[in-house]
Design a protein around this ligand. Structure first.
Ligand code: ZN
Length: 72
């Protein structure tokens, strides 16, 4: 099955994972493959809007897209 954002079914750009025991969440870049275990695919819009539950820590491990300024 092809991965899609769990919120809007758009192509995913990130994967959200949870560790319930330590109340932490991670956002990583979507690698374009199957998502192992407990990851939730998200499009860039929903990944940017994600807010962790109260008392949780969110680690954004996504690699920033290079901007046009960096290319020049
Ligand atoms: Zn989405």
């Amino acid at each position: 099955m092809k991965a899609a954002c769990v919120r809007c079914s758009a192509p995913p750009s990130a994967v959200l994972s949870y560790a319930y025991d330590v109340r932490e969440a991670w956002l990583v870049d979507f690698a374009g493959e199957r998502i192992d275990g407990t990851g939730y695919p998200l499009c860039v819009t929903h990944a940017d809007r994600i807010t962790p539950p109260l008392g949780w820590v969110l680690h954004d491990r996504r690699v920033p897209e290079p901007s046009f300024r960096d290319v020049a």
